[in-house]
Design a protein around this ligand. Structure first.
Ligand SMILES: Nc1ncnc2c1ncn2[C@@H]1O[C@H](COP(=O)(O)OP(=O)(O)OP(=O)(O)O)[C@@H](O)[C@H]1O
Ligand SMILES: [Mg+2]
Length: 370
């Protein structure tokens, strides 16, 4: 290109620039499209055939783009039996649960946008999809802890109401005991009343302790004490109906930095599961021990155990084999969430026919770690 070429050259250069700019625009768009953390699919608005997806979309549904482009509903990541709804082409946002190739659920939020063509009719259907697993987990935990808070409040109210009449009963019993003839039937019966009253007082105290504590507050405590308090609560409220609870502790009194109430919730869930697995009774063993830099607590039962395909899924939110008897499938997923938020883990092991064992492991803390 010599400068002498004049106007023609300038036009020619203009086109190059335009062309280059086009390519640049396209490449930039492609790069942005692929780098977006939000999963995006572009589809035909009528047939809903997928024309293009970005990398985040492939990652979300765990399939390569080549396997996705060209698909039409029902998509393989839909829950089995889910229908394509015949709604009008309008922008909207809704929640869905995708099924991953390994069967795990993937909760998502989908935002639909219709891009009009030259004729004003929708020409492209854009779906922006966000992974909401973490959000859901937080919500569930919130539901559980607010449920717990509500129970706590109720318990505190009830406990308060019970305390006053109980005080009267205990006071009067003591008064009558002073007047009763030693070794008489009346004295024996009064002593029985007094004992029972004191037991009620203990239950009320345990409930109040449970209610008073703030779930978010973390203290350095021996894990043993938390477990013991939970076992105590279960025994006092007879929530272990029909099963024998055996708790054992090593001599370390190893410490953890934790919210005792949240940890109690884990043990309550594990003990409830063990009991529900053994409707005809059995033994639940709870064992706490130090293990190097960790403290481990396991809850094991001699129930029917868990089949491998069930075992794979028990920590999923809403997974339950007890739907018909009121199971929500949240117990273990919430427990796992609590364990992980404490920097620990919750694992399960089971041989079908030979019971199940759940182990909570938490980092060991030291005395001055406030
Ligand atoms: N100790 C156990 N023995 C046998 N199966 C168990 C045991 N613990 C858990 N499971 C299995 O794991 C599933 C999920 O447990 P999870 O506690 O999350 O929910 P759930 O007990 O079914 O319902 P929820 O706890 O909300 O009442 C149970 O439905 C059951 O199939
Ligand atoms: Mg449960």
């Amino acid at each position: 290109m010599s400068p002498a070429d004049g106007g023609a050259v300038i036009v020619f250069r203009d086109v190059t620039d335009e062309h280059r700019e086009n390519i640049l625009n396209r490449q930039t768009l492609e790069a942005v499209f692929d780098a977006m953390p939000t999963a995006i699919s572009v589809a035909d608005p009528k047939t809903r055939r997928i024309l293009k997806v970005n990398r985040a979309f492939s990652e979300l549904v765990r399939r390569p783009a080549e396997e996705i482009v060209g698909l039409e509903p029902p998509f393989p990541w839909w829950e089995p039996g889910e229908e394509a709804d015949g709604y009008a082409a309008r922008d909207r946002t809704f929640h869905r649960v995708f099924r991953l190739p390994d069967g795990r659920p993937q909760p998502v939020e989908i935002s639909l946008h219709y891009v009009p063509g030259d004729d004003g009719e929708p020409a492209l259907r854009l779906a922006l999809i966000n992974d909401t697993s973490e959000e859901r987990r937080m919500q569930q935990q919130l539901v559980q802890s607010s449920k717990l808070a509500a129970i706590g409040e109720l318990a505190a109210g009830v406990a308060h109401e019970i305390n006053n009449p109980l005080f009267a009963i205990l006071g009067l019993t003591e008064f009558l005991l002073k007047e009763a003839e030693p070794a008489s039937k009346a004295q024996q019966r009064l002593e029985l009343i007094q004992q029972t009253g004191l037991e009620i007082k203990e239950i009320v105290r345990a409930l109040l302790d449970f209610a008073r504590e703030n779930a978010e507050e973390r203290h350095v405590v021996p894990l043993e004490d938390v477990v013991q308090a939970t076992v105590d609560l279960v025994r006092r409220t007879n929530a272990h109906k029909g099963v024998e609870l055996i708790d054992s502790y090593d001599t370390s009194r190893a410490l953890v930095k934790a919210s005792p109430n949240q940890l109690k919730q884990i043990f309550l869930n594990l003990i409830a599961n063990a009991r529900q697995a053994m409707p005809n009774g059995g033994t639940v063993r709870i064992d706490v021990r130090a293990d190097g830099d960790w403290v481990a607590a396991s809850v094991s039962d001699d129930g029917p155990g868990i089949e491998p395909d069930v075992l794979e899924r028990i920590f999923e939110p809403f997974f339950t084999t007890r739907r018909s008897t009121g199971g929500t499938g949240l117990g273990l997923s919430v427990s796992l969430g609590i364990a992980e938020s404490h920097g620990g883990s919750l694992t399960a092991s089971s041989e079908a026919g030979d019971g199940s064992a759940f182990t909570l492991r938490l980092p060991r803390a030291c005395e001055d770690q406030e």
